[in-house]
Design a protein around this ligand. Sequence first.
Ligand code: FAD
Ligand code: MLT
Ligand code: ZN
Length: 503
Amino acid sequence: LTSESYPQVHRLDFGQVTPKTVDFFKSVVGDSAVITNEDDLLLYNEDQMRKYRGQSRVCVKPKNTQQVSEIVKYCNENKLALVPQGGNTGLVGGSVPVFDEIVLSLSSMDKVRSFDSTSGILKADAGLILENADNFLAENGYIFPLDLGAKGSCHIGGNVAANAGGLRLLRYGSLHGSVLGLEVVLPDGTIYDSMNALRKDNTGYDLKQLFIGSEGTLGVITGVSILCPSRPKAVNIAFLGLESYDAVQETFKRAKSELCEILSAFEFMDRQSQVQNKRFSKNTHPLAQDDPDVDVPEYPFYVLIETSGSSKEHDDAKLETFLESIMEEGIVSDGVVSQDETQLKALWNWREGISEASNMDGGVYKYDVSLPLPVMYDLIEVLRVRLDEHGLRSASDASKPVVDVVGYGHIGDGNLHVNVIVREYSKTVEKCLEPFVYQWVSDHHGSISAEHGLGFQKKNYVGYSKTDVEIALMKQIKHKFDPQGIMNPYNIIRPDPELELSE
Ligand code: FAD
Ligand code: MLT
Ligand code: ZN
């Protein structure tokens, strides 16, 4: 294992990939859909943060559900471990192998299966890229109910497997609500199919929900049926500068009440995240357009508010009244409003760019947490003090491992992203942060993973967010679906048939 940030892990007792395995895969999917060349495999072995790297010797790219089923069945019969992989944009080390697990990539299953322009129900292969799905829907007057910075690479199946939250959960809700059905190849090769996509179906347990957020541990999602809303005809963005975190909370409260049904996103960013963005961006800061000598204005907090609706005049007037009132009352100090589509995109790009900019100095420790709003930003301040007390943080002194801690996120969803930007990964920094962050979040009644999942990174820390009874149930569910534990074996949870719930 190449990354120092890996905990001690041992390869479990799985079979080895042999030439016979590769021949079988080739007989199912064809020669060109089986990758065994070491250089080509790097793309599938390493995550996009370049923090986690496995040593898989084979990646197989089936073209249809039947092929997935044959591959998975063979793996189960031969006790071969495998990792389902979408766009490999996950941020918790769950999308790549840890040892030599087989990578099952969905990238060749990327077609729209059907779209009903009356109901807005899209049925598609799991490997369809999110941006392609949204572009297809745009042509039909609809929008995908999820948007996120990795849209150009991530798959809708990967989104479902991760239960991604993203930028518009505030408006469209979680995938647990919008996904109507799934097609999943279970670990023994059986095909589970609930793609019929009924909005209402109370005939017993809602089984598809188990796969949403299962992070590749219960089966391979091959098809997604999802309810898509009409595409808003009018979209506006306001980008604001604020003097305090209290002002951020007050602005959110006021936005909910005064923008009401047209509010579609409410994102917050601290100044440090803006400084980091600016270091790696040629673009002028959204609030420094009139003064190009200023890199980032002095406001400690920034907010991006998106409205979307069906009438431009109505939405413009509502947003204007809202902005006037919060500015007159001194809650917000400065702001710009997008004037056209280009500015709108530029403002979103600025917000979405924080993720990549945070990883440009050498590495980043990421914590994606849910917390009650009043204490949410305290975590960032507590971490800065803690790193300083340990002599680990300096933006200018290259001998210190930590550059800074930046805070931003989907405040409308109670979701904070904590990025500890480092010059290199180090055990000293990791030990200073973990399990401290998880304990702090647990003490403040939060969740150690709001939207990125547990993956490989946080699988040993689930106890900070789930009770023993919940963990025991999860292990039993895993055992029921995957008794040999072949599906993403170092992710989330191990099967355990012996566990009693009362333990
Ligand atoms: P992968 O990364 O390939 O896989 C993710 C997990 O799902 C893995 O455990 C994998 O085994 C499993 N998996 C993938 N496909 C399947 C399948 N077909 N069947 C079963 N299991 C599968 N996340 C958010 O929640 N909100 C954000 O705003 C957000 N923004 C991001 C911005 C950037 C720039 C980046 C790089 C990532 C961001 N993410 C965000 C992380 C995020 O989870 C994803 O980008 C996305 O949901 C993962 O999709 P993917 O296809 O890349 O899946
Ligand atoms: C975001 O909100 O930008 C994403 O969750 C990605 C990230 O935090 O890196
Ligand atoms: Zn996010």
